[in-house]
Design a binder for this molecule. Sequence first.
Ligand code: ACO
Length: 311
Amino acid sequence: TDTTALEHFDALIDADERIEPSDWMPDRYRETLVRQIAQHAHSEIIGMQPEGNWLTRAPSLRRKAILTAKVQDEAGHGLYLYGAAETLGTPREELLDRLHTGRQKYSSIFNYATLTWADVGAIGWLVDGAAIMNQVPLCRCSYGPYARAMVRICKEESFHQRQGFQIMLELSKGTDAQRAMAQDALDRWWWPSIMMFGPPDAESVHGDQNMRWGIKRFGNDELRQKFIDATVPQADLLGLTIPDPDLHLDEKTGHYVHGPIDWDHFWDVIKGNGPASRERMATRVGAHEGGAWVREAATAYAAKRAAAAGQ
Ligand code: ACO
């Protein structure tokens, strides 16, 4: 019966064991995982756009090769994550349809334009840095396929973070114009990066339940704080200024205290009104429609082979 199944599920969660696709699970556990994993997959795929814009303009062949590898990694992450979401019973076409019709979200951070080469550095340093902070705990997520996908993703993200920091380091040691470019990128990416962790815990609708189910291991505010504490000394090392006049170290707690976050802006961005939101969605839908013939050809070929094998 469902009661025994629920007891078994609760016992696995309490023992910090993994839930696998063939295990019974409550509908809401399944739904919240489909929501989060699909949102995560969509973010990886849409996240290819802002950096993809710089592939042809990277300042050297070496930088171009590194950036190409990084953008390809993001595509790979999206594919593992769609695979993990599919183990919960929702096909990929359906997940993509939910994205394209605005029924599922992708991360707020990918709704900003990349105006200069320094933005590629700032994305690696801050955005991938924030992603790692949020994703390392997901390697211990209670849902097995998601947790296992996160292991490789986190390794690749840490390479991405280092390449971004290295771009920032080089610019910060460069000419006045290069330092100014690095500072300008930090000014534009700082607040969106700390918003990435999601709303304050008091407004996090899924937070408590997801902590109880072992999907989340830390609240949004706690991870945001860890990220700020780790990043301030890195900005100091770069000789750059974080654009928050209220930011200061609390000697008693050892944590940095930040100024107020503009949550109205955050909610507006995730409703589709970010500076580059419309462009991101139009490019994504266009790529999907433009790729229809590839999917059709692959399906026709697979059917032909299956028919030939059956003869
Ligand atoms: N961008 C867009 N939507 C967000 C964001 C964000 N940065 N943060 C929170 N939200 C949405 C939530 O999805 C939820 O909306 P929904 O119910 O319509 O889905 C709402 O805001 C309230 O948030 P929470 O209740 O706190 O949601 P949750 O408990 O799922 O926590 C979080 C949000 C931290 C983003 C979580 O889902 C998570 O860890 N996801 C996996 C990581 C991820 O997706 N990273 C993507 C960017 S990293 C990268 O790709 C480089």
